[in-house]
Structure formats: C-alpha cells, structure tokens
Design a protein around this ligand. Structure first.
Ligand SMILES: NC(=O)C1=CN([C@@H]2O[C@H](COP(=O)(O)OP(=O)(O)OC[C@H]3O[C@@H](n4cnc5c(N)ncnc54)[C@H](O)[C@@H]3O)[C@@H](O)[C@H]2O)C=CC1
Ligand SMILES: O=C(O)C1=N[C@H](C(=O)O)C[C@H](O)C1
Length: 228
C-alpha cells in the first residue's frame, strides 16, 4: 500500500516505521508541511491508498475534512475530536469514503474494554462504585484521555450508571496507563492496562489501514479489531 502518515510526533514516527517494516511505501507530513491541511489537495491525496492521522485535536478535524471529501480512506488515531464524529460520519457516507477511528489501537486495551463491559454487567446493582484513573506524558493535549472516556462510556452503559468519575494524571513520558476500579464496602476489583511503549498503538493503526484498504464506510476500531 501507499500510506500517507500525518503527524511525525511520538506516535506518527512509530506508525511510519511499522508501516515500512510491513512492506508499505510511506510518505510523512508534519505540521510545517501541512498547515491547515493545505497539503491535502485532491490530486495529492489520490496518490495514496490510506491516510493515517496522529496529529492534534484541531489539526485532525481539518485533515479529515480534506481527506474524506475526496472519497479517500483514513485511519484516525488522534483523540479529542469526537464531538465532530457525526459530521465525519456524514461526510464518509456522502463521499463514499472510508474511516476507521479509535481512542486506542492496542489489542490489550480492546480486551480491557470487553472485560470492563462484563465487569459492569456483572456488578450492576451490586453496591459497587466505579472509577477510572489515567496517566499520560506531560505533553498530552487532551484530558481525560480518549481511552478513559471510552472506558467510562462502556461501564456506564453496562452498569446503568449516569457517571463514572475519571482522574487524569500527567507524568514524564508515560505512554498510557488506564485503571478501572470497582469498589464496595467488602472488596475492590481492579482492571489495569499499561502501555510499555507506543508500539502497540502503531501496529494496531497500520493493521487497521490494511483492513480498510479494501473497504468503505465508517468504523470504530472496537467493532473491527478482531478481524485483523
Ligand atoms: N488511538 C490511539 O491508539 C492513540 C492515540 N494517540 C493520539 O494521537 C495524537 C498524537 O499523539 P502524539 O504522537 O503523542 O503527539 P505528538 O505531539 O508527539 O505528535 C503530533 C504531531 O502532529 C504534528 N501535526 C500537528 N498538526 C499537523 C498537521 N496539520 N499535519 C501534519 N502534522 C501535524 C505535530 O507537529 C506533531 O509532530 C493525540 O491526539 C493522542 O491522544 C496517541 C497514541 C495512541
Ligand atoms: O496521547 C497519548 O499518548 C495517548 N492517547 C490515547 C488516548 O487519549 O487515550 C491513547 C493512549 O492512551 C495514548
């Protein structure tokens, strides 16, 4: 595949490496080469099979508009833009484009989400209080993390709760720690995922791009990760 990676930061760099290791031809644009999505003209985008975005919350919305408007395929790892999801979905449908988005592309977190759902179902109305803590590097722009918000939504709907509180911590270069706790008067149950590096995110994103390369439509990584 011809892959365009948007963002040459901590994660985008690894995505480019993993894509090259998996035999794809890779082109990378960072902020300087793509201000306000200006590089993403229809003829330029047409030169790629899939675009992968690991940029920033404001940049990703402009990038998605430019790429999806051409009917191209895009994998979005960037978080902090989900209030615009309905717009993105509409654009994908109108232009017959392809989009996979996800707050966390690591398989471990996907399994944690399944376990959190089960935990919520099994502990529903059983006297447990749920809470989430997440720890990330000090340069992270969004808070709480996209993954923590996804976890909270999964638990809320499984356990029938209005809210699950989230505490966000920022520390050094932490790649991503998510802890879900259910506490009762009698005991405590804890589910933890700790990323030791960003490699798992990058591998998941490249696999999602490979999966999307033969499809159209809008998909949450949660729905499709078992197909990779
Ligand atoms: N879904 C997932 O599995 C994961 C998601 N993320 C998310 O990915 C995003 C990026 O995270 P990091 O790599 O840690 O950030 P980072 O700050 O290290 O890298 C972002 C890069 O994007 C570049 N950029 C900004 N605007 C751009 C534009 N218009 N065009 C091209 N490049 C542009 C910046 O110059 C920077 O190099 C964040 O939203 C983060 O939450 C991060 C890791 C995993
Ligand atoms: O910014 C990060 O680093 C990460 N962001 C994602 C999130 O917001 O959940 C995924 C991962 O935790 C790393």
């Amino acid at each position: 595949m011809r892959v365009l990676v948007l963002g040459h930061g901590k994660t985008g760099k690894l995505v480019a490496e993993v894509a090259a290791e998996r035999g794809h031809s890779v082109h990378v644009l960072d902020a300087k080469e793509n201000p306000n999505a200006s590089a993403l003209t229809p003829p330029f985008v047409a030169g790629f099979d899939v675009v992968i975005d690991f940029t920033a919350p404001e940049a990703v919305v402009q990038n998605m508009r430019a790429v999806l408007a051409t009917g191209a395929r895009m994998v979005v790892g960037t978080t902090g833009w989900y209030h615009r999801l309905a717009d993105a979905r509409g654009l994908v449908e109108r232009k017959e484009a392809g989009l996979v988005y996800g707050t966390n592309f690591s398989v471990g977190v996907q399994v944690m989400l399944q376990m959190a759902k089960r935990m919520g179902e099994l502990l529903k109305n059983a006297g447990y209080e749920f809470s989430i803590e997440e720890t990330h590097h000090v340069t992270k722009l969004d808070s709480p993390s996209g993954t923590a918000l996804t976890l909270a939504n999964v638990v809320k709907s499984a356990a029938g709760l209005a809210e699950v509180p989230i505490k966000a911590h920022r520390m050094g270069d932490a790649a991503g720690l998510h802890v879900l706790q259910a506490k009762s008067a009698a005991d405590k149950l804890v589910l933890t995922h700790e990323a030791h590096s960003r490699r798992g995110f990058a591998e998941g994103a490249v696999r999602a791009a490979e999966w999307l390369s033969t499809r159209k439509g809008c998909y949450d990584f949660q729905e499709i990760y078992t197909q990779m």
